[in-house]
Write a protein that binds this ligand. Sequence first.
Ligand code: HEC
Length: 426
Amino acid sequence: MLALLLAAAAAHPAPPPVFTRDIAPILYKHCAVCHHTGEVAPFPLVTFDDAHKRARLIADVTRTRLMPPWKPVPGYNHFANERRLTEAEIATIQRWAATGAREGDPAKLPPPPQFNNDWKLGKPDLIVQLPEPFNIPADGPDIYECFIVPMHLAKSTYIRAVEFRPSNRRVVHHSLLFTDISQGILHKPRYPCFGTVGLFPTLGLGGWSPGMGPIRMLDGAAPPLQAGSKLVAQVHYHPDGKPEQDQWSVGFYFTDQAPVRRVVDVGLTSNDIDIPAGDPHYVVRAHFTIPVAIDAVGIIPHAHLLCREMRGWAILPDGRKQWLLNLRDWDFNWQDQFQYAHPIRLPADSRLEMEFVYDNSAANPRNPNSPPKRVHYGPGTTDEMAGLHVQSIPVNMDDLTELNQALWGAVMRSVGGSFYRLPKSK
Ligand code: HEC
């Protein structure tokens, strides 16, 4: 039977793919959101000409899955908004490049995607704009800048959705948004920041990267926003060869509906990081046992430049292993925040575990030190961090306090650990 099918296939080989019929729909769906004029990617991939002159390169970056940027290993967890090509799409691109990257019938070209800079959810209830444009030099290293902008909010409310909108999409790689009510130690309107924002913000709103759209809060879980709060935004700028300016804004959508559910950050973190120069495989582990049942709705991994692999899972009380994240080839530049396609239920007494692997050898192209240097825990570009943040909703809201208390206990132990840690015997 199989032989017959193969013979039939050989007698009628599938025609070579052509741009208008086979390739354009893939590029429109998976690439153009970043690869169009005025966007963050270095060139557009919309017209036949755009794609034809880079056919070989497109074939390479899709075969190696460098593009679209998406780091979780398939087959472990399903996420909303996965930026992944199917095997069939990759094969089509390879055949197209290998058979002369032909155009095909221009009449078959589907309508190109339309992109505009409008607010995706309509007019926001509040727009907070950076008061002055921020200057990005023509070249030099990437810039990570934190901005603190007053929101002038007279009365407390709840946040339904948020959208980050750069004024200049060519240079904005990603941003992380928070609000803070504490008058805090930081009165500066902006300051360079890399690993952390340098304060404990009251509320994390989520992250933005090109094509990710607005951040919508889960139904019934609109977080409260207190009057007098300030917006804290960490923005990653990537110089693009000419001096640029950006004056971003953030649109807020409010609701009167008080939350009936709360998203809690169950963080597995370690500050016990001391990576010898040249060590190609340094492992950092942490764990936390949840005292109450939760639904994991998303996961946010965090490390700096040396980290290569990030794994997180739960050992359930019956001994089974539930994956939470398996990510290879970590790239600080694509630090996405992952939302599960479906919440993952974890019973009380599940033990959450994480394991990050760092490569501090000269063979790691992302190593910021040449030759490699010993690297410690810290917030700077050449320091390292390890954090896996499971966004969790207690199944029973009455358990919220118990969960928060357990988390506080873990935080206090880790702070104690950094003060009283015994010197490591080597
Ligand atoms: C989320 C945004 C995004 C998406 C989606 C995306 N790209 Fe890219 N692409 C970039 C950025 C940004 C760069 C510049 C390099 C970098 O920052 O990683 C890039 C670089 C490239 C390069 C140049 C690589 C090199 O080595 O010079 C190619 C080719 C490419 N992309 C093709 C694609 C194709 C094909 C797709 C769709 C299958 C795609 N990209 C989807 C953002 C994106």
